[in-house]
Design a protein around this ligand. Structure first.
Ligand code: SAM
Length: 225
């Protein structure tokens, strides 16, 4: 589990990925976002707010919504629930932005759920895990066996074809290596009880600054006719 506070800290302080995602959706991808949109693990709801003002959307998250300061458009419905408990018959686009690692433990169960919701498009944003991030993911999986890093989908979605992949660069910028290690804990679901000293030392040995450049991909799947 991660908290809304952790999501806000990562997105507002250390990584500008949502600004880039919002820009890419608004400039290139609106045609794939058909009503009703299902935003799985919407976090702060900032992407929905900036991109789908006039589109009906279900924003679901296991975390409670912030009572104060939340801004949602009239056509947006926030529902606190688990993805596997959500159903609506009018979902046309499913959007999964950095939430795959929370719902991909059983890929058969995942693909069955996606098919049950039966959208025209499924749009998944994931880290590509190439270059340094790829090396880090491999190291984390070896040293922290209970971690579960975000990784691209390892299975085809039956009855869906991958029709487009849009790659973009982003950065995770921290002031201290200990901060960077905490953000990697968040990204890779390293259990809270696992000590991060080992990771801090590895990062110091492998980086000159507490900054990581990495690539992400927006993968668009369309239902076969
Ligand atoms: C890394 S955050 C991404 C937030 C948002 N999609 C974004 O890109 O800014 C992952 C979110 O998924 C939520 N989450 C985790 N497991 C979930 C589940 N089973 N069903 C719905 N939401 C879930 C978390 O509470 C968290 O807000």
């Amino acid at each position: 589990m991660i908290t809304l506070e952790q999501v806000k800290l990562f997105k507002n302080e250390y990584c500008e990925e949502n600004q880039i995602i919002i820009h890419l959706i608004n400039s290139n991808l609106q045609n794939y976002f058909l009503e009703s949109i299902l935003d799985v693990g919407c976090g702060m709801g900032d992407i929905a707010y900036a991109c789908w003002k006039n589109k009906k959307a279900y924003l679901i998250d296991t975390n409670p919504i912030e009572k104060e300061g939340s801004v949602y458009h009239d056509k947006h419905q926030y529902i606190q629930c688990d993805f596997y408990k959500f159903y609506a018959e009018d979902v046309s686009t499913i959007f999964v932005s950095h939430t795959l690692q929370f719902i991909d433990h059983n890929l058969t169960k995942l693909t069955l759920r996606l098919q049950l919701l039966n959208p025209r498009y499924i749009i998944i944003i994931v880290n590509e895990n190439q270059d340094f991030l790829g090396k880090l993911v491999r190291w984390v999986k070896k040293k922290y066996p209970d971690a579960h890093p975000e990784e691209p989908l390892k299975k085809d979605i039956p009855n869906y074809a991958l029709i487009s992949q849009l790659s973009f660069d982003t950065q995770l910028v921290c002031k201290e290596f200990s901060q960077l290690a905490e953000q990697i804990r968040y990204m890779m679901l390293i259990p809270v009880e696992d000590d991060l000293d080992l990771l801090v030392n590895w990062l110091k040995q492998n980086l000159t600054d507490p900054t990581i450049n990495f690539k992400q991909s927006i993968d668009i799947y369309e239902k076969n006719c």
